[in-house]
Design a protein around this ligand. Structure first.
Ligand code: FEO
Length: 395
């Protein structure tokens, strides 16, 4: 059954407790997710967003228990990635003429996905739709995080339907932000920002200031994943402004992979050197082949600097390091120091390659890195510790 948010608004989404991976295998969802859809019943009725395609029939069956589908006057599609638009084909089979309100990019994306000529009404920032007592006002938010994204603000109820922005992959029956474990909630919101929104931070800042300047009262922020921000909704807006502003904590993360533990021993020695130099800094070691890639990205996001390590194999670096470097490149981190390290037996070119790759990906290269021949002995581990000290001092 749906869950009433107010007299006029009912949550009619799907909580996906079983979800382990999202975007194919690109995003790990340790705590599941939800696809939030909202039914707005005023004198006119609107449905805001749908759910992911595997749940389309279930979604429509449950929606029919809330309302006669023929009474849905408008569909509002804030964003048309499949996790939100996936139930549209099934829904449009039932109510084929219902107008779909979306941005121009949204209409193109829906057509590109489902190849149907539905009744699109394209909207721009400031356009509104009268529902009777209340109005829906549309605000385009391109690249937050797709070109089609928009927010919908409902007057009277003072609710911002923000789609992916402010969301979290976090399954909960509790619905509201104040009703869940705050540590879990903010960890998932941070992971979501780090892995999805980082490259669009400049748009995040601009859009938030644009919306704040409208001085609209906001009683709730209703995103398309995770909890609804009802208790002090401004807190997630303030948090987003911090995350969008080249966020960092006093943390250094070493991301490495190792074949016969030489590079791991180097990582541990470098970490010890960093700690000797600065006892306040949080140092984390993450083996890229063993740890979850999105958790690694989240720790990189929190760091003021990173060290990336790999042994040299076949004149290059290990597979897991190649993958995580590609993710870091795409996410366009800013204002973070970086350097490389690794063990080698003969050619040993990896530290140079990693250093170049880190610089090309927007990191501030702190030094030329450090490499160790074969298995580091006590003397070489002392050199690694010394290298860690120098790295920390150079930041
Ligand atoms: Fe939740 Fe960009 O879709």
């Amino acid at each position: 059954m749906g869950k009433k948010l107010t007299d006029k608004i009912t949550w009619v989404g799907k909580i996906d407790w079983e979800l382990k991976k999202f975007h194919g295998n690109e995003y790990s969802t340790h705590k599941g997710s939800s696809y939030n859809s909202y039914l707005v019943c005023d004198q006119k009725t609107a449905l805001i967003d749908t759910v992911w395609q595997p749940f389309d029939k279930e979604f429509i069956a449950r929606l029919k228990k809330e309302i006669d589908l023929k009474k849905v006057d408008y569909l509002i599609m804030n964003h048309n990635e499949i996790d939100h638009s996936g139930a549209l084909p099934e829904l449009m089979r039932e109510i084929p003429d219902t107008p779909i309100y979306c941005t121009a990019a949204g209409a193109r994306i829906i057509q590109g996905h489902y190849h149907q000529e539905w009744n699109f009404v394209t909207v721009k920032t400031g356009d509104s739709l009268d529902l009777g007592d209340s109005k829906l006002i549309f605000v385009e938010a391109p690249m937050l995080h797709w070109p089609d994204t928009m927010f919908t603000y409902m007057t009277g109820e003072n609710i911002l339907f923000s789609n992916d922005a402010f969301g979290q992959h976090y399954a909960t029956e509790s619905l509201y932000n104040s009703k869940v474990d705050q540590g879990e909630l903010f960890a998932e919101a941070l992971k979501y920002y780090a892995n999805i929104l980082t490259p669009f931070s400049q748009f995040v800042t601009k859009k938030i200031h644009e919306v704040l300047e409208l001085n609209l009262p906001v009683n709730m922020i209703c995103p398309s994943h995770g909890v609804i921000w009802k208790d002090n909704p401004a807190q997630i807006i303030e948090q987003y402004l911090k995350w969008a502003d080249n966020y960092q904590e006093n943390q250094i993360t070493l991301v490495y992979d190792t074949m016969w533990n030489s590079t791991r021993k180097m990582a541990e020695a470098i970490a010890a050197g960093i700690r000797e130099t600065d006892s306040t800094v949080t140092v984390k070691l993450m083996n890229a082949a063993k740890r979850d890639k999105n958790d690694i990205i989240t720790e990189v996001f929190r760091s003021k600097a990173i060290l990336v390590g790999s042994p040299t194999i076949n004149n290059g670096y290990l597979f897991s390091i190649g993958g995580i470097l590609e993710m870091m490149k795409g996410l366009k981190f800013k204002n973070k120091g970086a350097a490389a390290f690794g063990s080698y037996g003969w050619s040993g070119e990896v530290v140079k390659q990693l250093t170049k790759q880190l610089g090309d990906s927007g990191f501030r290269v702190v030094d030329d890195g450090h490499r160790s021949l074969w298995i580091p002995d006590e003397m070489e581990l002392a050199v690694c510790r010394e290298y860690g000290k120098q790295f920390a001092q150079a930041l």
